[in-house]
Design a protein. Structure first.
Length: 175
C-alpha cells in the first residue's frame, strides 16, 4: 500500500525548491533598463530560515539567473543555490552525491515542465496550487497556496510539525 504524504514527511531531511512559480508568482517586473525584478513571500523566507537553523538541507535549483535572488536567499542562510541550472536532474544528482543525501529524503517543489523529471526522482514531489497540470499529476502533495504566496512555508511547516520541530525551533530562540 502506498504511503501518504504525511508519512513520507517523517523521512525528509532536505528541501529543494525552484524559484519562478514556487518562490515567486511567476511574474517578472521589467524595469526601463531591462532588469527583471521578482517578488518573494516573506513567510516563505521565514520558513526557509527556520529550516536551515533547524538542521535541514535547503537547496535552490533554478533555470533563472537573477543575482538579486541569490542575495535574498543567502541572507536567509541558504548556501546551496544553483541558478542558471541547464539540467535540473544533473544538478540534483550532483547535489545529493556531494552531501550523501538519499533521493527518498528529499522534498522537491516545482511548478512547471522543467521540474518534471527531477520531481520523479525524489521521495516527496510537491507543487503549488497553480502548478501546471503535468506537475500536479506527479505530485504527492499539492499545496493549497499558489506560487509566491506561501506554498514554501506550507510544506516546510508541515514537515517540521510532523517531525516535532516547528515550535521547538521557535521556543529555542527564547530559552
Amino acid at each position: 500500500m502506498a504511503r501518504n504524504y504525511k508519512e513520507i514527511m517523517n523521512d525528509i531531511t532536505t528541501f529543494i525548491f525552484d524559484v519562478d512559480g514556487v518562490l515567486t508568482d511567476s511574474s517578472v517586473h521589467i524595469t526601463s533598463t531591462g532588469e527583471m525584478l521578482r517578488i518573494m513571500n516573506i513567510r516563505d523566507g521565514y520558513a526557509m530560515k527556520a529550516a536551515v537553523e533547524s538542521g535541514y538541507n535547503v537547496c535552490i535549483i533554478s533555470g533563472g539567473s537573477n543575482e538579486g535572488v541569490r542575495v535574498r536567499l543567502r541572507n536567509l542562510g541558504l548556501t546551496d543555490i544553483y541558478l542558471a541550472a541547464p539540467d535540473k536532474v544533473e544538478t540534483f544528482k550532483e547535489y545529493t552525491d556531494v552531501y550523501g543525501i538519499q533521493p527518498e529524503q528529499v522534498l522537491y517543489m516545482g511548478d512547471d515542465i522543467p521540474d518534471y523529471h527531477v520531481m520523479q526522482l525524489v521521495g516527496l514531489p510537491t507543487c503549488p496550487q497553480d502548478a501546471s497540470p503535468e506537475i500536479k499529476e506527479i505530485s504527492a502533495y499539492i499545496s493549497h497556496k499558489n506560487g509566491g504566496t506561501g506554498c514554501v512555508r506550507d510544506v516546510i511547516e508541515q514537515v517540521m510539525k510532523v517531525q516535532g520541530k516547528w515550535m521547538e525551533h521557535f521556543n529555542a530562540q527564547y530559552d
